[in-house]
Write a protein that binds this ligand. Structure first.
Ligand SMILES: Nc1ncnc2c1ncn2[C@@H]1O[C@H](COP(=O)(O)OP(=O)(O)OP(=O)(O)O)[C@@H](O)[C@H]1O
Length: 238
């Protein structure tokens, strides 16, 4: 599926009676890159989950490539082109790397897993290892590769660098940048590592208590120490 525009209008969502997101609106053009910032607990994961249809929606709408998907459940949203790599790095721990990748193919020929190995050569080296034998970084690579093999038009990356060593973060960022550069998918990137999030993005939004409190270009945010301190919890870039 080619990259698609994502349009979120006045989205309010949460869990049961707990409203988390309030009146969230933004759009990302086809092939665009949006980073979502905000401190812990401000609603970033809930936003990703809401796009995937995993939360309760109270109001608002979501469109992918001009088609309203608000009424669709999670599986139908996946079929319509949304791919989530969750913060929990879901992989099948009892299956090998290669078996995990086959599970992501969604009917594509088996040879397509070469795309995953091209993006993450480390996975080729580990292809006979079980998911449970992988490091955190390798699990992240596998979770990402599996989603990408499904050729989503909108890719949601939820804190992919969390807890990983700098050298692994570099490998992942290089792969995400390569994917973004191919223009094959629209990418939403939730990340606490500010410099990575700003380097990657064309546009940034900041969530605070479930609302968008700032949006703009990465350079504008780099220059805005007050906003960074207030909503991201850092006094500036080092
Ligand atoms: N399953 C749930 N049921 C009820 N409340 C939840 C649930 N998951 C998250 N929340 C609440 O929703 C709010 C936003 O959480 P969320 O995980 O979306 O934030 P976040 O910005 O992704 O934080 P983090 O950076 O820690 O992952 C928090 O107050 C959290 O306690």
């Amino acid at each position: 599926m080619p990259a698609a525009e994502l349009d979120v209008r006045n989205l309010s969502a949460g869990y049961g009676q707990t409203h988390v997101l309030e009146d969230v609106s933004f759009s990302v053009p086809a092939g665009g890159r949006l980073s979502i910032l905000g401190r812990n607990g401000m609603g970033k994961t809930t936003l990703m989950a809401s796009l995937m249809g995993l939360t309760r929606r109270y109001a608002g709408s979501i469109a992918v490539g001009g088609t309203d998907i608000t009424a669709l459940g999670t599986a139908a949203r996946a079929r319509s082109g949304i791919g989530l790599v969750p913060q929990t790095r879901e992989i099948f721990k009892g299956l090998t790397v290669e078996e995990n990748l086959f599970a992501g193919l969604k009917g594509r020929p088996r040879s397509a897993i070469e795309e995953a190995y091209a993006l993450f050569p480390r996975l080729r080296e580990r292809r006979r290892n079980l998911g449970s034998q992988l490091s955190g970084g390798e699990q992240q690579m596998l979770a990402t590769a599996r989603t990408i093999l499904g050729q989503p038009s909108v890719l949601l990356l939820d804190e992919p660098l969390e807890g990983l060593a700098p050298v692994i973060c570099d490998m992942l960022m290089e792969a995400f940048t390569r994917l973004a550069g191919s223009g094959a998918m629209t990418i939403l990137f939730v990340e606490q590592r500010l410099e990575s999030a700003l380097d990657f993005a064309e546009e940034v939004v900041i969530l605070e208590r479930g609302r968008i409190v700032w949006s703009g270009k990465p350079d504008a945010l780099r220059a805005d120490a007050e906003t960074l301190e207030r909503y991201v919890g850092v006094g500036g870039l080092h």
